[in-house]
Design a protein around this ligand. Structure first.
Ligand SMILES: CC(C)(COP(=O)(O)OP(=O)(O)OC[C@H]1O[C@@H](n2cnc3c(N)ncnc32)[C@H](O)[C@@H]1OP(=O)(O)O)[C@@H](O)C(=O)NCCC(=O)NCCS
Length: 135
């Protein structure tokens, strides 16, 4: 959790949308980590935060969330390393399917996940029910 403020800075700098009043709120992330179904990895260069990822699972399916690498550290294999590490942890827990949701404007991220051997599904439409727009 000591990386939280730096992480918010990184999300801002990298143009990654996040929900500071909702699911990305400090105490929510803290609770998720305590709950044992989430892992949070950071990539550090010296002491600088270069990237991070948040992996979760619901006992059935694993999720890659909030993958981000600072612009000056991109294209050096850091995202691949972070995703590999989350996959390793999830596979150890017996999770056999790992997914991620990518917003339709984010074609860079789609290309990255394809390079990481994730299959694109165009036949699935995402439905949610939200208590409010911040979650
Ligand atoms: C997506 C992101 C995390 C990738 O980080 P990165 O550290 O540059 O990625 P890597 O260097 O590990 O690259 C992984 C693979 O994707 C490829 N790749 C990276 N950026 C790419 C791009 N913009 N377009 C196409 N391919 C790309 C790399 O060549 C590599 O493939 P290879 O190993 O087969 O050569 C980074 O661009 C980012 O933070 N973007 C803004 C935040 C974001 O959109 N996050 C995703 C939310 S779903």
């Amino acid at each position: 959790m000591e990386d939280y403020n730096a992480l918010v800075g990184l999300w801002n700098k990298s143009g990654l949308p996040y929900k500071p009043k909702g699911r990305d709120r400090r105490d929510r992330i803290e609770n998720e980590l305590k709950g044992g179904s989430a892992v949070f990895f950071v990539a550090l260069s010296e002491n600088e935060l270069a990237g991070s990822v948040f992996g979760t699972h619901d006992g059935r399916k694993g999720w890659i969330n909030r993958l981000v690498v600072a612009p000056e550290f991109q294209r050096r294999g850091i995202a691949r390393m972070l995703v590999d590490r989350v996959e390793e942890v999830l596979y150890e827990l017996g999770i056999e399917i790992i997914a991620c949701l990518i917003e339709d404007w984010n074609s860079n991220s789609m290309e990255v996940f394809e390079r990481l051997e994730y299959k694109r599904h165009t036949d699935i439409v995402y439905f949610t029910k939200r208590k409010n727009t911040d979650v």
